[in-house]
Design a protein around this ligand. Structure first.
Ligand SMILES: [Zn+2]
Length: 406
């Protein structure tokens, strides 16, 4: 298969214009004035080149994306949203492969090349669904397999209704691992299950036995959440799982005083734990600059997208990065770039991607936009003129056209 030479791009962090030569799905050379050989040439006209965007936290199985507009039907409290989902899930035919497909296709066209999604695993009856409790895992797995050349999906088996409070869920999490999920999830070990030690026993036990990663939802606020973060740090260190554990949301970390944030940040960095945020509504956003200074990996995702939990969300990670930068009160380019790192390099680190980035030898997962700087791209969210997944063209605007063959 002939390669592809991207002529006159501006790779993020390359410091100037460069060509990128791609062969067999890999960026084999980056530099000025490259010889294309037999490769097809595509002139980027000085456009900015970013690595493929990495969605670090969403819920594909819940989405209504691409369907008719559904006014939000739940009451204002968290319990209202849980109850609403229980009632309407079966009524709406969720999870719906068509909706999951529509969202993944939109994400891919917007430059997302990798997705981590939390899929509900439940025991007994849930929302009128009496299936195995693993239906969502199977639906997302099958859709992801069909789109594998365009976008890569990793599932987290997510105990939305708790583990200990929902007997049978631990066994289902283990069966989900057998179906190929890459990570085991958890949710508010204290607030939901009221027994953080036993909750973490289950989650870390599964990860250690099966070699999967961990990604826990932690909404518990204040000193309770701080205590749980301390437990998770201790567990991760004891299990030697550095680089394989993520805590999503971690509102308590954002709410803590500066001294507590510094103490937790040092522990998170030592344990190699990623913090993933979604920067949605007015929910607390972890202190990105403070965490980065301490060496903590901070990733970002949408969380809910057009579902029974939230009518918002577009699947565009540049928009999500903009929200993260805005919520962080970032104005300077170098600060706004931290938010872009969260949806690129840090997300890749969170999900453990090998060969990611804008370097020779990396997988050719790229997105090309018309922007002066990376911060300009975050603020303006320009159209994606070109998206490559492992060297294959996933999306290309009319502004970029290949010369006629021959
Ligand atoms: Zn979530």
């Amino acid at each position: 298969m002939p390669g592809l030479l991207l002529r006159d791009g501006r790779p993020w962090s390359a410091g100037g214009p460069a060509d990128l030569l791609i062969r067999d799905g890999v960026v084999v050379k980056i530099g000025p004035g490259l010889d294309p050989g037999d490769a097809e040439v595509l002139d980027l006209g000085g456009r900015l080149v970013l690595p493929g965007l990495v969605e670090a936290h969403c819920h594909l199985d819940k989405t209504l994306f691409g369907g008719p507009w559904r006014p939000h039907s739940a009451g204002p409290a968290l319990a209202d949203r849980i109850a609403d989902e229980r009632v309407r899930r079966a009524e709406l035919g969720l999870p719906d492969p068509a909706r999951v497909t529509a969202l993944l296709e939109t994400m891919a066209a917007a430059g997302t090349t990798h997705v981590r999604t939390h899929t509900d695993v439940y025991s007994g009856s849930f929302g009128g669904c009496h299936g195995t409790g693993l239906t969502g895992v199977e639906v997302v797995r099958d859709v992801a397999a069909r789109l594998a050349g365009r976008i890569t999906v990793e599932q987290v088996a997510f105990p939305q209704s708790g583990i200990l409070t929902n007997p049978g869920t631990a066994e289902l999490l283990e069966r989900a691992i057998g179906l190929g999920v890459g990570a085991v999830g958890g949710i508010d070990p204290a607030g939901m299950d009221r027994d953080p030690v036993r909750h973490l026993d289950v989650v870390f036990g599964l990860a250690e036995r099966h070699g999967v990663r961990i990604d826990l939802h932690l909404h518990d606020p204040g000193s309770l959440g701080v205590f749980e973060l301390e437990l998770i740090i201790e567990r991760t260190l004891a299990a030697g799982l550095a680089g394989r554990v993520t805590v999503s949301h971690a509102y308590a970390l954002a709410q803590a005083d500066a001294a507590t944030q510094d103490r937790l940040a040092a522990g998170l960095a030592e344990a190699g734990i990623t913090i993933t945020t979604a920067a949605i509504f007015d929910f607390p956003v972890p202190p990105l600059k403070r965490l980065r200074a301490a060496g903590v990996n901070v990733a970002c995702g949408h969380d809910d997208i057009r579902d029974l939990w939230s009518p918002y969300g577009s699947g565009d990670l540049l928009e999500r990065a903009m929200h993260l930068a805005y919520r962080s009160t970032f104005r300077r380019d170098e600060d706004i770039e931290l938010a872009l790192e969260a949806v690129t390099y840090n997300g890749a680190r969170a999900v453990g991607l090998d060969g990611y980035g804008l370097s020779e030898g990396a997988s050719a997962d790229l997105v090309v936009v018309e922007a002066d700087t990376p911060a300009h791209a975050v603020v303006t969210r320009p159209p994606r003129d070109l998206v490559l997944k492992a060297g294959h063209i996933v999306a290309r605007s009319a502004a970029l056209s290949l010369p006629p063959a021959g």
